[in-house]
Design a protein around this ligand. Structure first.
Ligand code: C2E
Ligand code: MG
Ligand code: MG
Length: 393
């Protein structure tokens, strides 16, 4: 793999080169703008950029790569304030560059290896799975053939890890494409007006599953994701109420998660829909809070009862002070507004501790469990009840 290091500090560039050579890269070093221009080629697969250099800064290099359509993975390094590294990462992401991460100087060969390792893994994954898109017809057929199914990920008490609920997440098992996640087909369904049918499937499956779990003695709630495009269905509050009643489930045990998008410009319709859902007793969560279009104004205008802090703030909290601060302030804000706080994307013990430190009420993430089938969820919950009982004894 071909790699270029753009750093005016020759000693530091040599250190990076030694580490990368160990991982089997062919590495070149550019210590000035001139050398960069000579050594740049579109064959480069990895570029390490120092933010601060005398005759050119790292963002100029980034702009050059962006304008020249480079597909290289990019790592920023800098001895400057860490906030600058974050801004460089943000800019790269905005431009759609393949940003692997940022390393404040000085860093160890191990830290570099960790970033390069994720790159290697992604390269092999993308070779295995070519980019896929489903046609409108294929989504329709999948609906008819009942190829959609739900998996469930536990939502547990942040302090005790007791199971409080589960989020239903949709999957598609397709003969031609294999197993697909929602990111592939939800946007198509939203565009083509099939999201209503998907919503109905999700609500029916999740609520009937909850009724079954309740009957088996699992006292918990279920969370379902609703696309903002569902606003077209003005009867949703009534049909959900009817569904819950038919299954003997109380609406308080059903949470509707909503990710805010640009589609939500016509906020009056949303106030109308959400207020009617609340009037009927359903819980409402603002999903992925902190990214996209979530705004403080919307937060107070819509009757949310729960806030889910986006995993980009939660997952990075242990190594990124700025992101941790945002998660902390979001949790404080939600509590002040009387909402319950959920941290999504908790992947390790350290993050769990931090989320407790900022008083998150619930946590969700791979540390607790990955999304699983309904029957695996039942088995997992039996074990979890025992684990919790043992640790609290
Ligand atoms: P979301 O609602 O924010 O769901 C959480 C996503 O984060 C899930 O991805 C889950 O598998 C993933 N996740 C959970 N814990 C961790 C963790 O510790 N680390 C990491 N890296 N990821 C974690 P999934 O299932 O691929 O869903 C992606 C998004 O698709 C969801 O984000 C939601 O917005 C949407 N979606 C899922 N199911 C439905 C659905 O039934 N209807 C609609 N409209 N959208 C759905
Ligand atoms: Mg969600
Ligand atoms: Mg989310």
């Amino acid at each position: 793999m071909q790699c270029l290091i753009v750093d005016d500090e020759k000693n530091f560039a040599d250190f990076i080169k030694d580490a990368l050579d160990e991982f089997g890269f062919q590495t070149l070093i550019a210590t000035s703008a001139n050398e960069f221009c000579q050594l740049y080629s579109c064959e480069l697969e990895l570029i390490i950029i120092d933010l601060c250099m005398p005759d050119m800064d790292g963002l100029q290099v980034l702009r050059f790569l962006h304008e020249n359509g480079s597909n290289a993975g990019i790592i920023f390094v800098s001895g400057q304030h860490e906030g600058l590294l974050n801004s460089a990462v943000e800019l790269g992401n905005e431009w759609g560059s393949d940003i692997l991460g940022a390393l404040p100087k000085p860093f160890t060969a191990g830290a570099l290896e960790a970033l390069v390792g994720t790159f290697d893994k992604r390269q092999t994954q993308s070779e295995l799975q070519p980019v896929r898109g489903l046609s409108l017809h294929e989504v329709e057929t999948a609906l008819q053939n009942k190829e959609f199914r739900l998996v469930y990920q536990p939502l547990v008490c942040a302090k005790t890890l007791r199971i409080l609920g589960a989020e239903a997440l949709i999957r598609l098992d397709n003969a031609k494409y294999g197993h697909l996640g929602p990111d592939v087909f939800i946007p198509i369904a939203e565009e083509n007006g099939q999201i209503g049918a998907i919503n109905t499937f999700v609500a029916e499956t999740a609520i009937s599953q909850l009724a079954l779990w309740n009957a088996q003695g699992l006292d918990m709630f279920v969370s379902i994701n609703m696309s903002p495009a569902s606003i077209a269905d003005v009867n949703m509050p009534e049909s959900l109420t009817e569904l819950a009643r038919a299954h003997g489930v109380s609406p308080e045990k059903v949470t509707i998660e909503l990710t805010e998008t640009a589609v939500m410009d016509d906020v009056a319709d949303y106030i109308d829909l959400f207020t009617r859902l609340r009037l009927r007793g359903f819980e409402l969560a603002i999903d992925d809070f902190g990214i996209g279009h979530s705004s403080l104004r919307r937060l107070v205008r819509l009757p949310f009862t729960k806030m889910k802090i986006d995993r980009s703030f939660v997952g990075a909290a242990s190594e990124n002070k700025e992101r941790f601060t945002v998660a902390k302030m979001a949790a404080m804000l939600a509590h002040e507004l009387g909402m319950e706080v959920i941290a999504e994307g908790v992947e390790d013990e350290k993050t769990l501790r931090l989320m407790n430190e900022i008083n998150c009420d619930l946590v969700q993430g791979y540390l607790i469990a990955r999304p699983m089938t309904a029957s695996d969820f039942k088995d997992w919950s039996t074990q979890q009840v025992m684990r919790v009982a043992l640790t609290s004894a």
